[in-house]
Design a protein around this ligand. Structure first.
Ligand SMILES: NC(=O)C1=CN([C@@H]2O[C@H](COP(=O)(O)OP(=O)(O)OC[C@H]3O[C@@H](n4cnc5c(N)ncnc54)[C@H](O)[C@@H]3O)[C@@H](O)[C@H]2O)C=CC1
Ligand SMILES: NCC(=O)COP(=O)(O)O
Length: 361
């Protein structure tokens, strides 16, 4: 995961904390404190790969308050920076913080309406840094979607919002693809944050084809899988039982798989979703392309909740995120596990190195 690519060192990672009342701040602080402990215990194994260079976009006062609540101040210091480029000079025992214009309050477990502007500012600025290559990738902490909707955020989640920000910058429409990737399973939902009742209408052969093309291309370029094997799930029970239990698998999904195979993409399907996630079935593909959110995310989170990472494909920037949400029930308690956030940071760094190598090839 930490293999260097000489001459292609990407810029530091831009990290957003998401909802300040959630576990995003806890986890980043805990990861950095563990890193500092590693430095203090030089020569001993603290059991995790070192973090790559990164900086956090946040209100330093909010972060300090959460660190104090978690009892981490004796193991952690903060250095405020004015620009991403300053992160390189921050000592490894300090957390580089790029202050937001908006103030943020801490209030574990209770989203504060006035925090919404800072949450969105962090995402906007991290994305701008990544687009201008001043950040190698962005790693986002979980947002409370309803709390942001309540203050006027008009996007279902990061995935769709980041696509819109990148499309504005590129002046061209972009289609984001959500990938949940873990040690045992990688899954993509073709439809993302939509009510289940809207899924059959939204699914089309063109949407499945476009999704799979993006998956195949990003697997090759950014995940270094030369010939990714895709397995497409059916929509209906038993993949429609040849049309007897729903027609979509024959009229929508199968034509997409045939079109993709004609293009040379290694893809099978439609497969019955209930029998494609057991171990021997998983060994036959690199990524499962699913028809709706929970068809993909239930197996991914069930198999490896602590190690799965959410990646947005199809964008000119690299974005990763932990698989979990704000975990408001445990925010500020020190009970949050930082593993998925750590995996998101390490994967972002690996993808940024692959991207830098591909760009200079
Ligand atoms: N990328 C993002 O911004 C995401 C945001 N969300 C948002 O998070 C909010 C809460 O969603 P939920 O469905 O309740 O899922 P959740 O993942 O926040 O919590 C589900 C359960 O898992 C536990 N949990 C979650 N992360 C944990 C961690 N790191 N360590 C230990 N335990 C952990 C929680 O305590 C809770 O019991 C919603 O507003 C949702 O929209 C959810 C997923 C991703
Ligand atoms: N359940 C995954 C999820 O909601 C992630 O959303 P996003 O904010 O990463 O788009």
């Amino acid at each position: 995961m930490t293999d260097p690519l000489p001459g292609n060192a990407p810029a530091p990672l831009a990290v957003t904390l998401g909802e300040p009342s959630g576990v995003g701040p806890d986890i980043v602080l805990m990861l950095k404190a563990a890193e500092t402990a590693r430095g203090a215990a030089a020569g001993t194994d603290v059991g995790a790969a070192p973090l790559p260079p990164l900086f956090v976009l946040a209100d330093p006062a909010m972060l300090f308050a959460r660190a104090e609540r978690l009892g981490l101040l004796d193991r952690l210091s903060f250095t405020t920076i004015a620009a991403p480029e300053d992160a390189a000079a921050v000592p490894s025992n300090a957390l580089a913080v790029l202050p937001l214009a908006h103030r943020q309050s801490e209030a574990p477990g209770t989203p504060q309406a006035e925090n919404g502007a800072g949450t969105i500012e962090a995402i906007d600025r991290a994305t701008a840094f990544a687009l201008s290559k001043r950040a190698g990738a962005i790693v986002t902490g979980p947002i409370d979607k309803k709390a942001l909707y309540d203050v006027g955020f008009r996007h279902p989640g990061h995935t769709e919002y980041l696509a819109e920000l990148c499309a504005e910058a590129a002046a061209t429409p972009l289609m984001p693809v959500m990938l949940l990737t873990g040690p045992e399973l990688s899954c993509v939902p073709v439809t993302i944050h939509v009510p289940i009742s809207a899924v059959p209408q939204m699914l089309s052969t063109a949407l499945i084809v476009a999704t799979c093309r993006i998956v195949a291309a990003d697997y090759r370029r950014r995940l270094k899988v030369a010939r990714p094997r895709l397995a497409v799930a059916g929509l209906n029970p038993h993949a429609g039982e040849k049309g007897a239990i729903g027609r979509e698998d024959e009229t929508v999904v199968r034509p997409a798989v045939e079109a993709l195979r004609a293009e040379g993409i290694d893809v099978v399907g439609p497969l019955p979703a209930d029998t494609m996630f057991h171990p021997p079935a998983r060994a036959r593909y690199d990524v499962a392309v699913c028809m709706y959110h929970d068809q993909a995310l239930i197996p991914a989170k069930t198999l490896a909740f602590d190690a799965t990472v959410n990646v947005t494909l199809g964008l000119p920037i690299i974005r990763t995120s932990p698989d979990h949400g704000t975990a408001a029930d445990i925010a500020g308690s020190g009970k949050a596990r930082p593993d998925s956030f750590r995996a998101a940071i390490l994967l972002a760094a690996r993808m940024a190195r692959a991207e830098a190598a591909a760009a200079s090839a």
